[in-house]
Design a protein around this ligand. Structure first.
Ligand code: FPP
Length: 241
């Protein structure tokens, strides 16, 4: 583990809470969806800059389990934006070598969107340049509840001994089971909250809360944050040797 060599290593896995689309639009006298569309356009630049800054895994929070509480117009607009984004970006993401995965509960998502998500996962499943995970209808508490349900079923079926439930076995039931834990979590727009995002996985992550609204976020700022992470002293609860 890189606990005694904090200077040379940048973050391998960065997770981003893309916040501030609504305010960005309001500042311009435009509807909130205008901000979400602008936000969607920022994603490609950040994804494509990952190899330059040594980031292998990027996880972005696109829609939370709490976001259903927004107006019907905004929710419908976001769902339509996700469908359009996947349809329009699939080719470019694949050509760049991005492997796309989705986390979150698909049950409440419409069938057409779920088909597009499945197809994009299949199309990109052999890519390795960047591992992009899109959290869609995702909430950490919901994820842990769903994981616990699956785990309980395995115990009831005799496939798992309750004595074997520990910090190694439980994450195997999370949506993120194939991903390393995030090293750095960035939240844009000046809010210093975690908002139910990767709670278990980010136990030892570093956090950056920055004022930039998501539609203004650039690859330069991303590179800067990754570089300043390289200078941090992560001890994972231990002491430096
Ligand atoms: C938070 O900003 C943003 C969201 C709830 C949606 C995030 C979606 C995108 C960035 C665009 C689509 C992404 C993909 C992957 C296609 P907010 O609306 O809460 O902003 P506010 O706090 O200023 O109101």
């Amino acid at each position: 583990m890189a606990i005694s060599d904090p200077v040379s290593t940048g973050p391998r896995h960065v997770a981003i809470i893309m916040d501030g689309n609504g305010r960005w639009a309001t500042q311009r006298g435009r509807p909130r969806l205008f901000g979400h569309r602008a936000g969607a356009r920022r994603v490609r630049e950040v994804v494509e800059s990952c190899p330059d800054v040594g980031v292998e895994y990027l996880t972005i929070f696109a829609f939370s389990t709490e976001n259903w509480r927004r107006t019907q117009v905004e929710v419908a607009g976001l769902m339509s934006l996700f469908r359009m984004y996947i349809s329009r970006e699939a080719r470019a993401l694949d050509q760049f070598g991005v492997r796309v995965r989705f986390i979150g509960d698909r049950v409440r998502l419409d069938a057409k969107l779920v088909t597009l998500m499945d197809d994009l996962e299949k199309l990109t499943c052999n890519n390795t340049a960047v591992h992009l995970t899109i959290a869609l209808n995702y909430g950490s508490r919901d994820e842990v509840a769903r994981a616990t349900k699956r785990l309980a079923r395995d115990v009831a079926a005799g496939n798992l001994d309750p004595d074997d439930v520990n910090e190694e076995t439980l994450p195997k039931y999370l949506d993120t089971c194939v991903l390393p834990d995030p090293d750095l979590v960035i939240r844009t727009s000046g809010e210093a909250r975690i908002s139910n995002f990767l709670l278990w996985q980010s136990a030892y992550a570093e956090y950056e809360f920055i004022d930039t609204l998501w539609p203004d976020f650039t690859k330069e700022e991303f590179a800067q944050l990754c570089a300043s992470y390289g200078g941090r002293d992560r001890r994972f609860g231990g002491v430096k040797t």
